[in-house]
Design a protein around this ligand. Structure first.
Ligand code: SF4
Length: 278
């Protein structure tokens, strides 16, 4: 499948899907490892390659205030455009897992056959499956299904604008409120994620998740983050999630008291705060 948001630059192709703006020469892949240049353009290597299919409660995405009490047909592929060392899903984000082939039609038909009201693009980063997510979400909307994305929000404005009309709800990760942390630890940057949150709030239901990683945040930083979210809307639900060691990050789990403390701090500025994994 030819990838969208690609422009030719001399002997190479520039992928403009996410802020990395990878310059790809024939045979090379981008930072996400799932978009590869050939002589004609860039192809999406993970199009229709499904690593996980499950029916989950929508609260597990997590979405606390969107279609509560319902179940959602959840699909994931592989690949990610960030490189967080504490990734909770690194086996599909940073490795190539066993996959099965599915078409957008099959995903939608399966959800409908099971009488489910929504489809979720989740588990790995759906932005790096842009073409598949877009096509499936369009088809889902034509069949009156709701659509959900669980995402890191690291996407450029134009593709986000193309996606938003067919996405009903998002849970967006806000990993930190410091540019240095995004750059040094996750290999991305904070500003584009803030922009994604601001724009998405205008167009669909948005909830935000912050994984409270041991040693990553200061209370001041978290306070600034909460204030910023509240300045957009006090009604944005915030999920404060407890970290456990995973992948390449070996600090001990976040103390439960810390999760509760930050949850209480957030509740002073936001109307809907949820603590998770405790
Ligand atoms: S989507 Fe992948 S190839 Fe495209 S800019 Fe982002 S990391 Fe690079």
């Amino acid at each position: 499948m030819q990838a969208k948001y690609v422009v030719k630059e001399k002997n190479a192709f520039r992928c403009q899907l996410c802020p990395h703006l990878c310059l790809l020469r024939t045979g090379s892949t981008g930072i996400c490892a799932v978009r590869k240049a050939d002589d004609e353009g860039v192809i999406s290597l993970n199009y229709g390659r499904i690593s996980s299919v499950q029916v989950d409660p929508v609260e597990k995405k997590p979405l606390a205030r969107f279609m509560p009490g319902t179940w959602t047909y959840s699909v994931g592929s592989y690949g990610c455009n960030l490189g967080c060392p504490f990734c909770q899903n690194y086996h599909i984000a940073k490795e190539i897992p066993i996959t099965r082939k599915m078409t957008p039609k099959e995903v939608v038909a399966n959800a409908m056959k099971q009488g489910l009201p929504s489809i979720s693009f989740t588990y790995n980063e759906p932005i790096v499956s842009f073409e598949f997510v877009l096509e499936t979400a369009k088809l889902a909307k034509e069949n009156d299904l709701s659509t959900i994305m669980v995402t890191n929000g690291y996407i450029n404005r134009e593709p986000l604008q193309e996606l938003l009309p067919v996405i009903d709800a998002m849970n967006i990760d806000l990993k930190s409120f410091r540019e240095e942390s995004y750059r040094q630890i996750c290999g991305g940057s904070l500003k584009p994620v803030m922009k994604t949150i601001e724009e998405s709030v205008e167009n669909c239901h948005v909830e935000v998740t912050t994984l409270l990683v041991t040693g990553l945040h200061t209370n001041n930083e978290l306070q600034e983050m909460i204030k910023w979210l509240a300045s957009i809307s006090r009604d944005i639900p915030l999920h404060i999630s407890r970290y456990f060691p995973h992948y390449q990050y070996h600090e001990p789990p976040t103390p439960v008291e810390k999760v509760i403390e930050i949850g209480e701090m957030a509740s002073k500025s936001l109307n809907y705060v949820y603590t998770g994994n405790i």
